[in-house]
Design a protein around this ligand. Sequence first.
Ligand code: GZL
Length: 316
Amino acid sequence: MKLARRALLAAALSLPAFHALAAPLVLGFSQVGAESEWRSANTASIKQAAKEAGITLKFADAQQKQENQVKALRSFIAQKVDVIAFSPVVESGWDTVLKEAKAAGIPVILTDRAVRVADPSLYVTFIGSDFVEEGRKAGRWALERAAKAPGGALNIVELQGTVGSAPALDRKRGFEEIIKANPKLQILRSQSGEFTRAKGKEVMEAFLKARDKKIDLLYAHNDDMAIGAIQAIEEAGLKPGQDIAIVSIDGVRGAFEAMKAGKLNVTIECNPLLGPQLMQLARDVVAKKPVDKRITVTESVFTADVAAQELPKRKY
Ligand code: GZL
């Protein structure tokens, strides 16, 4: 009889209805901040997806500070959440807190940005974009632009993302890997605009005041810095998108509006809508199902000539 009862219980426990009745899965999520349109769209996607999945989301905004993310991860560990996910603001400095999560038996999922750790078993999986490829796509566009430029040359200035962050390091690497094919593409100045409009404008003002050689192209690691730079270029009496061509990354609504106005030439899409995939990953990881170590999302390139037709279709 005992065996029959155990078998019955096992069968009941396997029913989806039982899981629905079980306590909802608790996910602790540490977000970088709210620095850009991209980040806001990423946060909205995660919150909406958690609600739709019936997952209890504990959400912490780090205001772009690593120490706040470490505090948040420690708080999730203390609360004994089922799974932790985060977008690490910078690549390094995570080994200690990730070891604490591992010691507590809490699996960690990386979203959006990657980390550099000595022991890759400290996280289960990464889901996000291939930032190096995004940089390559920007580089390929720059090469094409140079081919049509007088003398085939372009003087470039670069607005980098957050210092030490995976997107800033990788987007720079991918861009330089491609443009080195044409030595007439020269990066005159390169500085962090911290992924924000305000800082992007401030640094672009400094580039313009430096009065180096004439600037032909701005490469911005995200659309928000490009939009800030557009204001600086206009205030300097120049035409963004014409006197100074602009290539940026993310594909947020503001970029499509700038392209439609002829002020931005191209945006490389970086998909922030990771919420639904993250929720499924959280369930799979907690259920100890095998998952790929690295899951990248497919992305497009949008040039100004398609901006008007694409804008109404954009989800972020
Ligand atoms: C990229 C993401 C970057 C965006 C910026 O996946 O980490 O951070 O490109 C955001 O807009 O601030």
